[in-house]
Design a protein around this ligand. Structure first.
Ligand SMILES: O=C(O)CCC(=O)C(=O)O
Ligand SMILES: [Fe+2]
Length: 280
């Protein structure tokens, strides 16, 4: 069957069908997938019944897998894959009295590192029949649609990203001074230029930011609240409804994403992060 690439009816994403990643990937297919990834920011490759080791091999087509820094979530067999499942969080409770579902606030992965991962890959090993969508927000579209005056205001400013962020909206709010000092920090432009396409995007992480470099908390909060509000809009979004054996690959330079905790059946995804460069 021929490989078929179809854009979703949304401002992000393509569906790839007719591909079996157990077979060798030819150079033409690699280049079609890479073009679609850069153009539409999220690839969904359907029906991939592949092993973890093949998932890792496929990841190398798109980049270099990096060690999962949060050891708590690492797969017991390899620290290049982590497990996304409330099962892993049995002893951590979310807001609804059930085990915590991570990442339910819009975010971009690992922005609190000096070189955040460029892409994230998820393999839907077990997915619920209802709920548990992954939502995406197109941050190039968000940038293009900002009022000109706001675009001018954020040009040249840098955001301070920390895992222990003051503005954290979900998860643990308070950290000891020791934890705070030990956490990594990423200081990145609010307007990020994609290193491969040259396109500009708003680069924020509502759950992981302390403020604007050189600004006080009050002024930082006012601007970051304004940006969150301007960027996270339904018309920039695609909501992915999972099917078993979907592989999703998204570009953290171009989109924010969020999990949805509206499911009651098992949900288990394998996750690979691909190394990135310092945002410019
Ligand atoms: O569970 C999801 O839908 C997304 C999880 C997530 O944020 C991630 O893997 O980076
Ligand atoms: Fe995430």
């Amino acid at each position: 069957m021929a490989v078929h690439i179809r854009p979703f009816d949304a401002p992000i994403g393509v569906e790839v069908s007719g591909l079996d990643l157990n077979d060798p990937l030819g150079p033409d297919t690699v280049s079609e997938l890479t073009d679609a990834f850069l153009d539409r920011h999220v690839l969904c490759i359907r029906d991939q019944d592949i092993s973890m080791s093949r998932f890792l091999e496929i990841a190398t087509v798109f980049g270099t897998p990096q060690v999962q820094k949060v050891k708590y979530y690492a797969h017991p067999d390899t620290n290049l894959i982590s497990v996304v499942s409330p099962e892993v969080n049995r002893d951590r409770e979310g807001s609804n009295g059930k085990p915590l579902v991570r990442g339910t606030t819009f975010h971009t992965d690992h922005s609190y590192w000096p070189k955040p991962c460029k892409a994230t890959m998820l393999h839907g090993v077990q997915v619920p029949s209802k709920g548990g969508e992954t939502r995406f927000c197109n941050m190039h579209r968000a940038y293009d649609d900002l009022p000109k005056e706001l675009r001018n205001r954020i040009n040249g400013l840098c955001g301070i990203h920390r895992i222990t962020a003051r503005r954290q909206k979900t998860g643990r709010i308070t950290y000891s001074k020791q934890e705070y000092d030990a956490g990594p920090t990423g200081i990145h432009p609010l307007v990020r230029t994609h290193d491969e396409t040259g396109r500009k995007a708003v680069y924020i992480n509502p759950n992981r930011m302390d403020g604007i470099e050189g600004w006080n908390n009050q002024d930082s909060d006012a601007l970051l609240d304004e940006l969150d509000h301007a960027c996270i809009r339904p018309e920039f979004q695609y909501h992915h409804i999972w099917r078993t054996n979907d592989i999703l690959i998204w570009d953290n330079r171009s989109v924010m994403h969020a999990a949805t905790d509206n499911f009651n059946e098992p949900r288990r995804l394998h996750r690979i992060l691909l190394k990135g460069t310092k945002p410019i």
